[in-house]
Design a protein around this ligand. Sequence first.
Ligand code: IPE
Ligand code: IPE
Ligand code: MG
Length: 252
Amino acid sequence: MTETSSQAVPPRHIAIIMDGNGRWAARRSLSRSEGHRAGAGAVRKIVTACRTRGIGHLTLYAFSTENWSRPQEEVNFLFELLVEFLQSELPTLMQNDISLRVFGDVSGLPPASRAALAGVIDKCANNKRLCLNLALNYSGREEILTACRRCLDQALAGGAQPDELTPEKFAGHLYSAGQPDPDLIIRTSGELRLSNFLLYQCAYSEFYFTPVLWPDFDEAELDKALLDFAGRKRRFGGLDQKNRGQRTEDNP
Ligand code: IPE
Ligand code: IPE
Ligand code: MG
């Protein structure tokens, strides 16, 4: 096996920080709402593209707990757009065997969004090919804290001992329970930060940052990210395959 082919295991889970809608609009002298609408178009393309490429899990960061600090008008528009998106995308999700999950505290979402999400989640529940996770009202720190609270509740109720808590049990309390950690985290718009996204799950994720603004992120840009990922050497703290047991100048 060549070195390249040994690295080319496709990602099982891709997570995307969809950033840059506002700047995309500003460059065109459009309103921020128009940027978000164009961003929704990119979501449509990328969901289908991931399904076509055999990706099993896709997590899209759509609204952080910190995004509530934006002007009320923008927040309202984003949640109206979400309802519109869910209604228009349901047939595509069904045709493509895609299920939907929410990462985040749904209890804090506007009632119309909650109802639309619950309806689509229910209808898509048996779909198997791709699990689409929408991170909404999401905070990585809050996710970890909530998991800690649940573990504490269980321990206090059942008398479990602290050392009985394993990484697997802990991960079972996260929104991502039952799903693999993201292999690849993409952030668009040139920002080089996580902004409170998947803080527990990103331990061994590969990162791909691109200056492309989210509304311009299309199938070709996704393929660039996948190509880049295919060339990464994932070691998980171990050694490259080729260096195992071999003493070389680089690996004495
Ligand atoms: C990302 O685009 C969408 C959300 C955070 C909801 P932004 O709205 O953050 O766009 P910029 O960063 O202002 O360009
Ligand atoms: C991160 O983008 C959140 C989403 C993409 C939903 P932001 O635009 O909110 O992040 P910061 O404020 O630039 O870190
Ligand atoms: Mg932004």
